[in-house]
Every structure is written in structure tokens, then in C-alpha cells.
Design a protein around this ligand. Structure first.
Ligand SMILES: C[C@H](O)[C@H](O)[C@H]1CNc2nc(N)[nH]c(=O)c2N1
Ligand SMILES: N[C@@H](Cc1ccccc1)C(=O)O
Ligand SMILES: [Fe+2]
Length: 290
């Protein structure tokens, strides 16, 4: 699946652009601060400790949109990762190549004050607040590089959607078990105030123990809260399960198809929560539009 969009003229061959940090307006910095404050009202006690540690290590609450050069020097010292600016979604092969080389492609733009809760494309808040803190964790940092390399390999097979489901149900919407209960490490959840609460506390979604191939065959929502969240026991479990498994046979078997819907619960699932799906049945985020 190649993304059918053109590279903007001002972007380099690898689709990176200059962040031009000095050109952000006071309003754009204020939107970052507003979003940061809103998230920190709900994340303590809900986000994984490794996420909160990363947020602190990079001091992303220092005020205003982070300067990628500044946080990249700090991040590189921790796990060898850097953050590079891109105009928005980039083609699959470009995305995978950046990850495989420990470069995280982050949107340069920030959402407007009147579109705080839903975005078509990842902006700097989703990418830097949501994704970058976990890159300070050595095991997760290794997983993200391995994912990039696996992505490049996956382009030789017709099963990109199955690999995309792995990214979706871990990097974007993953939960982790801790002694204190379930916690959030997925960027798509931590960068959303409402989904941070929904993912952990609402009886509507399923919460199912991580099972690699089962997860890779499961369709997912891109327009609303997830109907199923997968739960890992540790980042080590996630790293070992994906790096030590040859995906070629899985790609041959799955052929880029999804055998399960986002709401399905299977007999052999380790069911942590069997969801009511009440939120989705009521129409999800479109419910009150009736
Ligand atoms: C499957 C596919 O590679 C995946 O959706 C990629 C596509 N391009 C992207 N481009 C950017 N900038 N950020 C992303 O998260 C992604 N996701
Ligand atoms: N094990 C996968 C590569 C991969 C590693 C880690 C995450 C995702 C994919 C393969 O054989 O293609
Ligand atoms: Fe993301």
C-alpha cells in the first residue's frame, strides 16, 4: 500500500523539513501549553511510569512547542534517537526508513485551538508529546527501530495492513499491566484526554492480553475510540515476541486481510475485560449528532 500523495516542494528527499522553531507564534506555543496542561490533568495514575519518566527526562513541560534540535540532543544521549520534522503523513517506505535509523518523524504543525480533540494527520503534539517520551525507554526504543526494519522487510510481502495493526495496537493504543493495574503507553491514547479515561475505565471496550498473530489479524478503528485494547506484560515481552518471530509465514497466512473485527472476542483470548461495546453501539463520538 503506497500513500498516494506528493512530496511538498519544500521537503527534502527523505520528506524532512526544517522545524523553523523560531517561527512558531505565541498562539501556537499557547496551544501546546493548553494541550500539555489538559493531558497532565488525567495522565498521572493512568500513563505508564516509563511514559511519565520520559516526559520529565526531556522536560516537555518546559513551556511552548519543543525545539527538535534541543530535545534530539537530549534523547540521542539516552537512546540514540532523534526527532525530525515532516509536513505530515509520509509514505510507508520513508516512514519505516526513518524508524529503522532511529529518527522519529514528527509533524511540524500544531492543531488549532478549535480542533483540540480530533485530527486527520499527526501534529507536533500527538507525535512529540504522544510518541517521543517512550523513546527514552531503552527496550521500547529498540522495539521502534526493529519495527522500522520490519516495515522495510514487510514491503516485499502483500501484508502491510497486518503489520500496521501491530503498530496500531501497541505503539498507538497499547496498554501495559503493572502491579498498580493497567497503564497507558500508546501515543494515540496519551495524546487524547477523553480516550485516556475511556481506555482504562470505561466498561465499553474489550481489554485482551497481547497475542501477536491474533492482534495482527484484527481490524481497528481510525475514526473513533478503539473497541479493543491489547495489554502487554512488559516492553520486553513485546520486543521478544516481535523480534524473535519471523513474520514471513504470518504474512503468507494473513495476506493483508483482517480475520477479526475490532469488537470481536475469541474463545482463546486472555480476556481481561469483555466490553459491553455500549459506546460504539450508541454511535461513538457521533452519538449526539443524531
Ligand atoms: C502503515 C504506515 O506505514 C503507517 O500508517 C505510517 C504511514 N506514514 C506515517 N507518516 C507519519 N509522519 N507518521 C506516521 O505515524 C505514519 N504512519
Ligand atoms: N520479526 C519481524 C520484524 C519486526 C520486528 C519487530 C517489530 C515488527 C516487525 C519480521 O520478521 O519481519
Ligand atoms: Fe502516532
Amino acid at each position: 500500500m503506497s500513500n498516494h500523495f506528493e512530496k511538498p516542494d519544500h521537503a527534502r528527499a527523505d520528506w524532512t523539513i526544517d522545524q523553523d522553531w523560531s517561527r512558531y507564534t505565541d498562539e501556537e506555543h499557547a496551544v501546546w501549553d493548553l494541550l500539555y496542561k489538559r493531558q497532565m490533568e488525567v495522565l498521572p495514575g493512568r500513563a505508564a511510569p516509563e511514559f511519565l519518566d520520559g516526559l520529565k527526562a526531556l522536560d516537555l513541560g518546559r513551556g511552548g512547542i519543543p525545539d527538535f534540535e534541543v530535545i534530539s540532543d537530549e534523547l540521542e544521549a539516552l537512546t540514540g534517537w532523534r526527532v525530525v520534522a515532516v509536513p505530515g503523513l509520509v509514505p510507508d517506505d520513508v516512514f519505516f526508513d526513518h524508524l529503522a535509523n532511529r529518527r522519529f518523524p514528527a509533524g511540524q504543525f500544531i492543531r488549532k485551538r478549535n480542533e483540540l480533540d480530533y485530527l486527520q494527520e499527526p501534529d507536533v503534539f500527538h507525535d512529540v508529546f504522544g510518541h517521543v517520551p517512550m523513546l527514552t525507554n531503552p527496550v521500547f526504543a529498540d522495539y521502534m527501530e526493529a519495527y522500522g526494519k520490519g516495515g522495510l522487510r514487510s514491503l516485499n510481502y502483500a501484508a502491510l495492513k497486518n503489520l500496521a495493526a501491530l503498530y496500531w495496537y501497541t505503539v498507538e493504543f497499547g496498554l501495559i499491566r503493572t502491579d498498580e493495574g493497567l497503564r497507558i503507553y500508546g501515543a494515540g491514547i496519551v495524546s487524547s484526554k477523553t480516550e485516556s479515561i475511556f481506555a482504562l475505565e470505561d466498561p465499553s471496550p474489550n481489554r485482551i492480553g497481547f497475542d501477536l498473530e491474533r492482534l495482527m489479524r484484527t481490524d481497528y478503528r481510525i475514526d473513533d475510540f478503539q473497541q479493543t485494547y491489547f495489554v502487554i506484560d512488559s516492553y520486553d515481552q513485546l520486543f521478544r515476541a516481535t523480534v524473535d518471530t519471523d513474520f514471513a509465514p504470518i504474512y503468507e497466512r494473513l495476506q493483508g486481510k483482517f480475520a477479526h473485527g475490532p469488537e470481536d472476542v475469541l474463545d482463546r483470548d486472555e480476556v481481561i475485560t469483555r466490553g459491553t461495546q455500549a459506546y460504539a453501539k450508541a454511535g461513538g463520538r457521533f452519538a449526539d449528532a443524531s
